[in-house]
Write a protein that binds this ligand. Structure first.
Ligand code: G6P
Length: 613
């Protein structure tokens, strides 16, 4: 997804900006650009493709060097194809104002017609250029400061934006504003770094100011003023980024994804820490305490999310119904808000999101709040928009997830859902003995994940036998049906192999037609209530000469009779099993992608954080 970096200070702005853009590369992008303000001029360079290309282009461009103020951007196309003209920064008609923008200006077409009638000529197909011209129109028309022109323009705009703007005529100043798209201001010594993501700031400072929706900042080397876009001054607190640069780096692993898969024992331990009381057999979730009474009484839970987080929500449906006996629905966030959902005061909506910035999830949450639901979040990024718009919530504490394919956030989402379900279950009806079994099971989980990871080489070898196949099936039942979906998604995302995930019994209602000689079918089949049923499903695949890769519970020798390969996971209570069974599937996807020569950390067409609808 698009990334923004802005700089004002004493350093060479171009170096800070390019370095910042590189830190944002993981978000996914298709073009990049930079604008330096120097000697009363703006110098812009931009191009499709990687930041390395931009960096090379600007090497010989004198005007880009030597300045100490500038803005830069990585674009992930929404309006118009990824090319040089559509890349940001965009300028107004006079080319004296430049801006970078994340988000979407929904009424850009109307604004464009209005501006064209006034004689404006546009070069690109983007909504962003329209905003640049609009700011320019107010600026020149009223002969006002850049910040006042930005305010006037933003009042005309509907949609979402995180923007940073510079003017050639107002040296040493940048203006930043946000609505619905994150913007963070790093406050250093005599310097400021504005970015859409903390990773671009952390190497300069841990002191940050988070802009809220409809707020803006006017920043120069000597200081910063913050206000609403209606020009009402706002006092902002300086907060601390919790993550270090070291946490963001690859740590010796070949890819971020592999590093994050291997971090799971540690992050799951962190996610559990301080939350399980084995003496009192209790779960403590500080972020939910002030709503706990309301929560225990809810009549319905709606879990809403996108992508991998949606799969975590599906597991959550099993957890909350099974362990807490609360009727639970799972909704794709993108569908939820448009289908007039039945939400009332007895409903709690839980938005699940790694980034806390996914536009659809945020919109679903806002919709639910408006309808009177208790709004909860299960979020990784502290201070993210979703985290700040909920009534209460639980952080994942998974650390920054850089790999585009979500792994450690998923397992931590399952951990947090389990903790919530146990907390509610115990307050509603769960016996002390059951609670104890689950809590002890949870405390063993980090070491058990490490045991699964120890089989990475074997999993690589097994995967290697099947990477030539372009179609895979992933099947599971009960708690492990969503895990099958997640396994298929992981494989698709990074190895571009087509894969389908299904509840195992559904296979015979259609997809069984796909099975042919040698086709890989992954069965997620730990020991559980439906174990015998899944053996029958395995037989059905064998009869059609499919190749069976089974994920099974350690000690299960029976399954060896049916499967071509077995990958074992340690024994644990069934509700916890997805936290273990997903790990081999993550490794299968990773090793398949590497074997097929795919760029694991930059999968094609994907974005880490999707901040447009
Ligand atoms: C994108 C990512 C997925 C992620 C989804 C939801 O599509 O590529 O990996 O699961 O967004 O992201 P969130 O940050 O809300 O969990």
């Amino acid at each position: 997804m698009c990334g923004i970096v802005g700089y004002v200070g004493g350093k060479e702005a171009c170096d800070v900006l390019i370095e910042g853009l590189k830190r944002l590369e993981y978000r996914g992008y298709d073009s990049a650009g930079i604008c330096i303000q120097r000697d009363g001029e703006l110098s812009i360079d931009k191009c499709p493709g990687r930041i390395a290309v931009l960096s090379e282009r600007i090497e010989g461009n004198e005007a880009i060097h030597g300045g100490t103020v500038g803005i830069a951007h990585t674009r992930w196309a929404t309006h118009g194809e990824p090319n040089e003209v559509n890349a940001h920064p965009h300028t107004d008609g006079t080319k004296r104002i430049a801006l970078v923008h994340n988000g979407i200006i929904e009424n850009y077409s109307t604004l464009k017609t209005y501006l064209q009638d006034k004689g404006h000529v546009f070069e690109s197909e983007t909504d962003t250029e329209v905003l640049a011209h609009l700011i320019g129109e107010f600026h020149d028309d009223g002969d006002i400061t850049l910040e006042l022109a930005v305010q006037s323009a933003l009042r005309e705009v509907s949609g979402t934006y995180g923007i940073v703007v510079v003017s050639a005529d107002e040296p040493g100043k940048i203006v930043a504003a946000r609505k619905g798209s994150p913007l963070i201001i790093g406050v250093g010594k005599d310097e400021y770094v504005v970015a859409s993501d903390a990773s671009a700031i952390i190497e300069h400072t841990a002191n940050v100011v988070y802009l809220n929706d409809n707020e803006m900042a006017v920043i120069s080397r000597d200081g910063m003023r913050t206000m609403t876009i209606d020009n009402v001054p706002v006092t902002k607190e300086i907060e601390q980024i919790e993550w270090s640069l070291e946490q963001i780096a690859k740590d010796g692993f070949e890819h971020f994804m592999l590093k994050e898969i291997f971090e799971q024992p540690e992050v799951v331990r962190t996610s559990l820490s301080g939350r399980i009381d084995l003496r009192e057999m209790r779960v403590q979730l500080g972020g939910l305490e002030h709503v706990s009474r309301e929560l225990v009484r809810v009549r319905k839970l709606i879990l809403t999310a996108c992508g991998t987080a949606w799969h975590a929500a599906l597991v959550g449906e099993y957890l909350f119904e099974d362990l807490a006996r609360i009727p639970t629905e799972v909704e794709y966030a993108s569908e939820f808000r448009y289908r007039n959902p039945i939400v009332d005061e007895g409903t709690a909506v839980v938005a699940i999101s790694q980034s806390g910035e996914t536009a659809d999830t945020l919109a679903a949450l806002q919709e639910a709040r408006q309808k009177g639901a208790l709004a909860l979040g299960i979020v990784n990024v502290v201070g993210s928009t979703i985290a700040r718009q909920t009534d209460a919530g639980v952080y994942l504490h998974a650390g920054p997830e850089i790999g585009v394919a979500s792994t450690k956030a998923f397992t931590c989402q399952l951990v947090v859902e389990t903790l919530m379900a146990l907390m509610l279950g115990r307050r509603r009806f769960m016996s002390q003995a059951s609670m104890e079994r689950y809590l002890r099971g949870l405390s063993d989980i980090p070491d058990q994940i490490a045991e699964v990871l120890g089989q990475s080489d074997t999993i690589r070898q097994i995967t290697g036998e099947y990477v030539g196949f372009d179609n895979w099936l992933f099947l599971g039942r009960g708690y492990n049906y969503p895990v099958a979906l997640e396994g298929a998604l992981k494989l698709k995302e990074i190895s571009y192999i087509h894969a389908e995930g299904l509840p195992a019994a559904e296979m015979k209602h259609g997809p069984i037609a796909l099975i042919h000689d040698g086709m890989p079918v992954v069965f997620v089949a730990p020991r559980c209530a439906t174990y015998d049923k899944i053996l029958s499903n395995i037989e059905e695949v064998r009869a059609r000469k499919g190749k069976i890769l089974a994920i099974a519970t350690v000690g299960d020798e029976e399954i060896r009779k049916f499967a071509d390969h077995v990958i074992y996971v340690p024994d644990c209570p069934a509700p916890l099993s997805p936290i273990l069974t997903v790990v081999p599937l993550q490794l299968i996807a990773y090793h398949a992608a590497v074997a097929r020569g795919c760029n694991v950390d930059k999968p094609r067409n994907l974005a880490k954080s999707v901040t447009v609808e």
